[in-house]
Design a protein around this ligand. Structure first.
Ligand code: SF4
Length: 82
């Protein structure tokens, strides 16, 4: 998954930087940019939290957003989409 900050919407509240400092930082002009846009595995939850905290929804997933994990009730293993 990849995340992107929309520079035309970002107001610099910095909540995303506080929540996910490895993924978001300020550029030289004080606007936030996504520095590590790949957010898989352990980083997925952190970036999702940053996206949720942005008060003006300036961060979005590129491509499809993550979906809730579907678990096979018999094996209790995650089911991968086909
Ligand atoms: S939380 Fe949203 S508005 Fe605030 S700096 Fe991050 S992207 Fe910009």
């Amino acid at each position: 998954m990849r995340a992107r900050v929309d520079p035309t919407r970002c107001q610099g509240y910095a909540l995303c930087v506080e929540v996910a400092p490895k993924h978001f930082t300020f550029d030289d002009w004080g606007f936030v940019q996504a520095v590590q846009i790949d957010a898989d595995g352990e980083h997925l939850a952190t970036v999702t939290k940053a996206i949720d905290r942005c008060p003006i929804k300036a961060i979005r997933w590129i491509g499809s957003p993550p979906t809730a994990a579907v678990v096979d009730p018999e094996t209790d293993e995650p089911v991968r989409p086909v």
